[in-house]
Design a protein around this ligand. Structure first.
Ligand code: GTP
Ligand code: MG
Length: 225
């Protein structure tokens, strides 16, 4: 039986994904700063919360409620009633927040519609420069495994965002964490910056849909197009 997809509400992204996020695996979004990853997360989260399902939102970037407010368009109270927001301050707090969200999703006592980790690799990146690479890699590996198990058990879509580094050999932007992060994700989207408010989304990996690309715009109320 085909799985029920969770629309993001961004037409170009939903078209590429054949309707939306799949609930039985992890979706990774990577791309350079300002490409729209956080806006997409906030938009899907708002949509899911307004449909009266819970959203577990793990935010390492300090997303302001102002940004959520402009997307929620007058319904911020309703959105916040269904959002459990964690703001971990280091790698260990992030691991705890992920474990808690996964446990609650698996427990199934409330309808959970989405788990977001934005960004999954901010503290991991810090661990690389702080000489704690093994610790960072291990923590990230456990989190992704936990998220995957929760997605499968509770049939909850999970989005995690990832930062990029520039490969000096050919100048391309690569997601952090290498193959072990990319293997954990069933679906991978890359966001590219184009001039002005224009952005491109590229479907890099999907189990049943071929590669593709589309464009959208950044607007004051979120991503459009
Ligand atoms: P990083 O988290 O830095 O990797 O970037 P991102 O890919 O998450 O980008 P994000 O979704 O935060 O930003 C997309 C665009 O939204 C940016 O190019 C800005 O034009 C705009 N933007 C960023 N911060 C704000 C903000 O605080 N308020 C508003 N209205 N727009 C913002
Ligand atoms: Mg962001």
């Amino acid at each position: 039986m085909p799985v029920e997809r969770c629309p993001t509400g961004v037409a170009s992204v939903d078209r590429l994904l054949g309707g939306g996020l799949e609930p039985d695996g992890l979706t990774e979004i990577y791309g350079e700063g300002g490409s729209g990853k956080t806006l997409l997360c906030l938009q899907v989260a708002t949509r899911v919360a307004l449909s009266d399902r819970w959203v577990f939102y793990i935010d390492t970037e300090g997303v302001s409620v102002d940004r959520l407010e402009s997307i929620a368009a007058g319904r911020i109270d309703q959105v916040l009633r269904r959002m459990l927001l964690s703001t971990p301050k280091d790698l260990a707090e992030q691991s705890t927040a992920v474990a808690k969200a996964c446990a609650l999703a698996r427990e199934g006592r409330r309808p959970v519609g989405l788990i977001v980790v934005d960004s999954a690799t901010f503290y991991y990146r810090l661990s690389l420069s702080g000489g704690a690479e093994d610790e960072g890699r291990q923590a990230l590996g456990f989190e992704l495994a936990d998220l995957l198990a929760a997605a499968l058990r509770a049939q909850v879509p999970v989005i995690f965002t990832n930062q990029v580094w520039r490969n000096q050999r050919d100048g391309t932007l690569e997601p952090l964490g290498g193959s072990f992060v990319n293997h954990a994700a069933k679906t991978i989207l890359r966001f590219d910056r184009l001039p002005g408010n224009l952005r491109r989304v590229v479907l890099v990996k999907h189990r049943s849909i071929g590669e593709g690309a589309a464009e959208f715009r950044i607007t004051p109320t979120g991503l459009e197009g």
